[in-house]
Design a protein around this ligand. Structure first.
Ligand code: AQP
Length: 349
């Protein structure tokens, strides 16, 4: 049996997925799935740290699975599952929460931002979110975690927790490395290029959804905020709006930033916007069409999730049992002792 390095990553079903999710996560997942044993999850437990409408959350969870597939995740290569279908995530999160200080969680930028945004709902779940994320990753003994730049701090906490636990109890967890894409790690809002493009932004014009039809793409790019200036030259600091559009053009066409600068030499922002609009329409078309085909194939999606949960649970359960044994919890009478270590690669599941 082959042994490939392990990857874990996930996306919350807290709204419709954006082109930021594609560049920061999905396209890297697709690129890595042949050479790695991948676990990709719909992070529904993370989504409930802010209020969700129950029916909508269920619907979005399935839609997110359909979009994973439409973007090229292959369920015969990768394990695709829903986080709440694997109870070991919350079980390990509890253990890790006993190893995390309050200070560590309160220093997290995302917590500070989200608690400012949802002042009426600063709940313990929002505070403890990075601990659940650490459990997600460590359960699978992941070697690599593909994340957007905004998640780097959370991954650092995961590494610290793994090292702390290993130091105290002996090798238990593999210490994961981040995989941050060189370009597109942070796609910015089309309406405020100093802010990340987020699916829960109330202003739809700020967001390019992966399922946007051509009309919506035309409207949003036309209204996208650019900076004063005329030349199409990449400069994240001085021209964040323009630079964001150039990154989107790079994503949609595969052209490098210097190539794009050459292409628009002597041209203006309007020319870039026109070319970008057409490129995005063609780039997103196959994703949208495949998504529309899969969207109502509920039985098919559920069968993929059933298989995924079974494979994910097998691996997650082994790690959890090892952790329970390490910390001194009495082995349940129905558990057999089989203790993998962080140094042992599990065979591909
Ligand atoms: N704008 C982005 N640019 C690059 N990468 C992004 N990601 C999200 N937005 C961008 C990456 O997608 C992965 C999972 O995202 P998530 O939905 O689980 O969480 P999030 O980062 O909080 O996404 P949103 O859209 O901002 O969600 P809401 O609005 O619900 O809070 C991560 O790897 C992330 O970096």
């Amino acid at each position: 049996m082959t042994q490939r390095p392990v990857i874990l990553s996930g996306i919350q079903p807290s709204g419709r997925l954006t082109i930021g999710h594609y560049t920061g996560a999905l396209r890297n997942w697709v690129a890595l799935q042949q050479s790695h044993q991948c676990y990709f999850m719909v992070a529904d437990l993370h989504a409930i740290t802010v209020r969700q409408d129950p029916a909508e959350l269920r619907q979005r969870t399935l839609e997110t699975v359909a979009l994973f597939l439409a973007c090229g995740i292959d369920p015969t290569q990768s394990v695709l599952f829903v986080q709440s279908h694997v109870p070991e995530h919350t079980q390990l999160a509890w253990v890790l929460s006993c190893w995390t200080s309050m200070g560590e969680c309160s220093r997290m930028t995302q917590f500070k931002e989200k608690s400012a945004q949802h002042r009426h709902l600063v709940n313990v779940g929002l505070f403890a979110y990075p601990i659940l994320m650490a459990a997600d990753i460590l359960l699978y003994q992941a070697d690599l975690v593909p994340v957007g730049a905004d998640q780097k701090q959370h991954l650092e906490l995961t590494r610290n927790l793994a090292e702390r636990f290993n130091h105290h109890y002996g090798p238990t967890f593999r210490v994961p490395e981040p995989y941050i894409p060189p370009v597109g790690a942070k796609i910015m809002s089309l309406q405020d290029p100093t802010k990340k493009m987020s699916k829960s932004d109330p202003n739809e014009n700020a967001i390019l959804f992966l399922t946007d039809p051509p009309d919506a793409i035309r409207r949003k790019i036309r209204r996208a905020i650019t900076d004063s200036g005329r030349e199409v030259r990449y400069d994240e600091q001085q021209r964040p709006g323009l630079s964001n559009l150039m990154v989107l053009y790079h994503i949609a066409t595969g052209k490098s930033i210097p190539e794009i600068e050459r292409e628009f030499e002597g041209a203006g922002y309007a020319d870039l916007k026109a070319a970008l609009t057409e490129a995005l329409i063609e780039f997103l078309r196959p994703i949208r069409e495949e998504y529309e085909r899969l969207q109502n194939a509920t039985d098919y999606l559920m069968s993929i999730l059933a298989q995924g949960a079974e494979k994910a649970r097998t691996r997650a359960h082994q790690t959890l049992q090892l952790v329970y044994e390490r910390i001194g919890l009495l082995l349940a009478p129905w558990e057999s002792v089989s203790t993998p270590t962080a140094n042992t690669h599990h065979a591909d599941l």
